[in-house]
Design a protein around this ligand. Structure first.
Ligand SMILES: [Mn+2]
Length: 284
C-alpha cells in the first residue's frame, strides 16, 4: 500500500475504562510512516454518572471534529489508529466525504449499533456504527454530507449476544445492515464470509472503508482491549482476514484499527498483533 499516513486518534471518551487513548502514541512510535498524532485533552474528567446516557458528548465531538478535519485535508491513504471505536465516526465520515458511495466493513465482536434511546451505559463507543448510518445525529454535527448506506454496511465477527443486546439487534435489523457472526466465520471459513462481505459493501466495485476493532480477536490472544468478548477469532482466522483484505487493497479507501488498550495488555501480546496487522496491510 503506497502513500500511507498513520493518523493517531488518542481518544477514549467513548468508554468508561481508561487506556485506549494512550495507544496511538505507543503504536505510532513503532511505525516508520508519515504520521499525525491527535490526543484528547488530558484535563478532561470523564462522566461517571450512571444516568448520563450521553457520556462526554461535548469533548468527544470536539475531538472527532479535529480528527475529521485532519483527515479531510489529507491527500495520503489514511490509516487511523484509535482510540476507542467512537473515533471511527470521524475517520469514516471524513473518508465518505472524500469518496462518494463508500461501502463499510466493520470487523468487531460488537455491533456498535446503539442509539441514545437504546444505550444502557451511555458509553458512546457503543453507538458509532448506527451513527455512520445516519442515526444519533448529535454525534456527527461536524459532518455536512451523506451517511453510509445500511445496505452497503456489513459487520464481521459479532458475538456479544449476552450483553442485553436485543434493542441493538432490533436497531440493526430495522436498518438492514448485514451481520456475519464469529460462528459464521468458523463454520463457513474466512474467505467465503469476506467474499460475501465485499459483495454487499461493494456491489458495483465501489470503494470501502474497513474498520477493525481488536476485540474481534479472542481475548486470550489479544487481552489488551477495553471490552473483552470470549470465544473470539483465533490467530489463524485474523491472519486470514488480513490476508484477504490485502487482496482487496485496490478497493479499500481507508482503514481504522481501534480499541488497543495498553493498560489491559499482557506481555505486549495485543501490541504485537496490532503492529503485525499494520505492517501486513501497509506493506507493498
Ligand atoms: Mn467496536
Amino acid at each position: 500500500m503506497k502513500n500511507v499516513i498513520l493518523i493517531g486518534a488518542g481518544g477514549d471518551l467513548g468508554v468508561n475504562i481508561d487506556g485506549a487513548s494512550l495507544s496511538p502514541r505507543i503504536i505510532l512510535n513503532k511505525c516508520n510512516f508519515p504520521k499525525i498524532l491527535l490526543e484528547q485533552d488530558k484535563n478532561i474528567i470523564k462522566s461517571q454518572d450512571k444516568n448520563d446516557l450521553k457520556k462526554n458528548l461535548k469533548p468527544l465531538n470536539e475531538f472527532n471534529q479535529k480528527l475529521y478535519e485532519t483527515i479531510l485535508k489529507e491527500k495520503k491513504f489514511c490509516f487511523t489508529i484509535g482510540g476507542d471505536h467512537s473515533i471511527s465516526i470521524a475517520s469514516s465520515l471524513a473518508s465518505l466525504k472524500k469518496q462518494d458511495d463508500l461501502g463499510l466493513i466493520w470487523i468487531d465482536s460488537h455491533l456498535d449499533y446503539n442509539t441514545f434511546e437504546t444505550t444502557i451505559t451511555g458509553n458512546l463507543h457503543g453507538l458509532p456504527l448506527a451513527t455512520l448510518n445516519g442515526l444519533n445525529k448529535d454525534l456527527s454535527k461536524f459532518h455536512n454530507g451523506s451517511y453510509f448506506n445500511p445496505k452497503k454496511t456489513v459487520v464481521v465477527g459479532y458475538r456479544a449476544f449476552e450483553a442485553n443486546a436485543s434493542a441493538e439487534i432490533n436497531n440493526i435489523k430495522t436498518m438492514g445492515v448485514t451481520v456475519f457472526t464469529t460462528k459464521d466465520i468458523q463454520e463457513s471459513g474466512v474467505s467465503k464470509i469476506m467474499d460475501m462481505a465485499f459483495k454487499i459493501a461493494s456491489p458495483t466495485n465501489n470503494f470501502v472503508h474497513v474498520s477493525i476493532d481488536l476485540d474481534v480477536i479472542d481475548p486470550q490472544i489479544a487481552p489488551g482491549v477495553s471490552v473483552k468478548e470470549k470465544d473470539g477469532l483465533l490467530k489463524n482466522e485474523i491472519n486470514q482476514i488480513i490476508d484477504y483484505l490485502k487482496t482487496k487493497e485496490s478497493k479499500i479507501k481507508s482503514l481504522d484499527l481501534v480499541e488497543y488498550n495498553p493498560l489491559n495488555d499482557k506481555d505486549n501480546k495485543t501490541l504485537d498483533i496490532a503492529l503485525d496487522i499494520i505492517n501486513k496491510l501497509t506493506n507493498d
